[in-house]
Design a protein around this ligand. Sequence first.
Ligand code: TRP
Length: 448
Amino acid sequence: MRGHWSNRWVFVMATAGSAVGLGNIWKFPYMTGVNGGSAFVLIYLLCVALIGLPLMMTEIMLGRRAQRNPVDGMAHLAAEAGSTGLWKVIGYMGVAAGLFILAFYSVVAGWVLDYVLRAVSGNFLGMTAEEATNQFSSFIAKPGELLLWHTTFMVLTMYVVARGVTSGLERANKIMMPSLVVILLVLLGYSLAVGDIRHSLEFMFTPDFSKITPNAVLSAMGHSFFTLSLGMGSVMVYGSYLQRHASIARASFYIVLADTAIALVAGITIFAIVFANQLEPAAGPGLIFQTLPIAFGHMPGGTLFATLFFILVGFAAWTSSISLVEPAISWITENTSLGRRNTSIAVGIIVWLMGVGALLSFNAWSEVKIVGLNIFDLLDKLTTNIMLPLGGLLMAIFAVWVMHATHAQEELALNDKHYRRWLFATRYVVPAGILLVFLNLVGWLPLI
Ligand code: TRP
């Protein structure tokens, strides 16, 4: 018998816990900066609303109907619809994507853990922009510490995973997530008071299409998948633990809304600090580590807030990372006699190794390039820009063109009007959107 969430809110909290993570606090601001601001934000928001929301519903629906891990789940649903077992590739691709993402995710989560200690020790007090930038660059220049923290984070993740999904972590999540929101609002307050909010809002929201390139469009779409945990089966697995009779639409709406709001608040806050201190918005992956210490270093109670902030971000990363390996773990445990514990150890070691490659990209192996990208960027780009949207595309196609309409409708339990909207979005908007971005990128359809 499969375990199930004890009630609908536990599911919403867990899925929101999966969605809200480094994607919101670390990646969204840095990607926005690298891609020139507002046009990226606008495309990201469009993708969240037009592709992300319907796909969130679709992925939960597929998982709940299948009641299995993503690989066997897709095979089961395909059989039920009288189609080919090849649909399993969605599951395989998802299992792989989750492990690839976790490898670099764990490295960045390790930076967050390191910054908890820096925060506690009062390191940020009075910190200047230059000091903050130097602190980060000398930190990532040495593999030793990065390795220690990456290892710590992987152990934390696999420990929880080994013990099963509905354990204490999800209960703790109920306190941690709202606390993170509160601290983000404190930071926003600081930015409103002394940051350059006007410039920040202008950078993020005044459309400037001169900055937009096919690659930025792809990154914005890819990020909408990444931040919502879509396209690889995380949400499918969580949906498979969801009992019948829970409203998929409402849950999806809350999760997408919360995730987006948190990212926007983080972005506005960080760019206000960036512009007030003449920092570089396009600084890359180090952006929050180079800006937030300045803010914390100058606000009353900064040491306490900084410590809490990095602990909470670490926590948010933890709840996300668990969902990244869950497809792999559930697939292996449901098909072998290995058991959760051994599976977790084995999978953990594989991911840890890939993560070592990712962390060396910032120092010893910075010259090691595959298709022009270092290992860190390769793991990120391959998953975010290709595997996740492709997974999402296939799920959408499957849900509306392969599955029996009555089955989808029964699972979603929507009224007619909403069902037709979901159907239209999933049948046309989602596939067309993803395909357009892909074709545009390879130059077959030069829109931009
Ligand atoms: N969404 C999480 C974040 O923003 C990361 C994540 C968890 C994820 N599970 C996922 C990304 C599945 C893609 C697919 O930090």
